[in-house]
Ligand binder design. Structure first.
Ligand code: CP3
Length: 353
């Protein structure tokens, strides 16, 4: 079957490139997931990794928020640990917790547990899901993604989600040579996975460095940026927009742009006008409504949504999103209204103020 690729004129892809679009595009990180009753009904028990390995299920879960919200992009239902799990590192995703590793990465010998990814053999279910989705989505672009080396490394080293990243930083500073080899392997894994997603039809990619904000700018530059830059540079020839996202990364925005992004994701801590002042006009921005604001009364949600749009000031390079993922207790009908509000807003060039 030959799928019809989404038109490069889609508002999402145009905004990623800083081009004016017919409306401000919007999607939500974690738009698929526990906030949706239709997800909870379908998903059942068991590891998310099993759901990801079932293309019909992963396809349907990816489509659910597109149908409900009318968002301008779909994001592949997968996880940042899918590639490391597929090569047998020994990682699972515990509901309510996140990635857990039975035997964390500790020493040189552990590098042998990180062989290269062969997407056709190791993650055929991801490729099949992407192909299914591209056939189903029509004009709506599919966003592929991978975890950035630092963030994936933090799970492999800590063994579970961490607040301090103490073990990660101990390895990074204590054995920088081993750290470099670890993140270089994780860069190769992310790159192989992303390239296979684009080859199967994904029309943009997002590199999630969710926990990079734990690093100071000098440490980010030394220990995280080179491996992320390897991933982003390795995608350049494919010509798809590359979004680079992290949380608490206000002080890292320019470094994350310089790693090779077409669009930088901004969390809610930095107002969008300030983010653009830091980054200049050469790069598009994604964000940045506080995901917890949706629990406030609707007037407040509407005000804060308008505030994001107002601070963007009609700049064409803007994709509206939350500053981080949809929280599980979110009322999806509030997000429906946010989408409607953003779509009703005059797009770039026609903004009144
Ligand atoms: O809608 C989407 O955003 C697409 C799917 C998606 C998932 N994980 C599915 C998922 C994406 C893009 C991710 C990326 C991911 N995974 C990140 C980067 C994004 C971010 O939030 O910063 C990170 C850090 C992970 C690791 C991970 N996986 C965590 C921290 C958790 C949460 C644990 C929990 O249960 O609250 C997961 C599990 C996970 N990944 C869920 C989903 C829908 C929820 C659990 C489930 O349904 O089984």
């Amino acid at each position: 079957m030959t799928a019809v690729p989404p038109s490069p004129e889609s508002p999402f892809l145009r905004a990623c490139r800083g081009l004016p679009a017919e409306r401000v595009p919007v999607w939500f990180m974690r738009q698929a997931g526990r906030s949706l009753p239709e997800y909870r009904r379908l998903r059942g028990e068991g590891s998310i990794l099993d759901a990801i390995r079932t293309p019909d299920l992963a396809t349907e879960i990816t489509l659910q928020p597109v149908r409900r919200y009318g968002v301008d992009a779909a994001i592949l239902y997968s996880d940042i640990v899918t590639p490391v799990a597929a090569i047998g590192f020994g990682v699972d995703v515990e509901p309510g917790v996140g990635p857990v590793v039975a035997e964390p990465f500790r020493c040189e010998a552990d590098l042998a547990r990180l062989r290269p990814l062969e997407p056709e053999a190791d993650t055929p279910y991801v490729i099949e899901t992407v192909r299914n989705l591209v056939a189903e989505l029509g004009d709506v672009p599919l966003l592929g993604f991978a975890g950035a080396p630092f963030t994936v490394a933090s799970y492999l080293v800590e063994g579970r989600p961490s607040r301090t990243y103490a073990a990660t930083k101990a390895l990074m500073h204590g054995n920088p040579g081993l750290w470099d080899r670890l993140v270089d392997r994780l860069a190769d894994l992310a790159l192989a996975s992303l390239r296979s997603q684009v080859a199967a039809g994904a029309s943009a990619v997002q590199l999630f460095d969710s926990w990079a904000g734990a690093l100071s700018p000098p440490d980010y530059e030394r220990f995280a940026k080179p491996a992320s830059a390897k991933v982003l540079a390795g995608m350049a020839d494919l010509g798809v927009p590359r979004i680079h996202f992290g949380v608490g990364t206000g002080e890292l925005l320019t470094l994350m742009r310089d790693a090779g992004a077409d669009m930088v994701g901004v969390d809610w801590r930095v107002p969008l006008d300030e983010a653009r002042r830091r980054l200049g006009d050469g790069v598009a921005l994604q964000g940045n409504l506080d995901p917890a604001v949706v629990f406030a009364p609707w007037d407040v949600v509407a005000d804060q949504t308008f505030d994001v749009l107002r601070r963007n000031a009609g700049h064409p390079g803007h994709v509206f999103n939350l500053g981080h993922g949809v929280l599980p207790d979110t009322d999806p009908t509030v997000l429906e209204r946010v989408v409607d509000l953003v779509h009703a807003h005059a797009p770039a060039g026609a903004h009144p103020g």
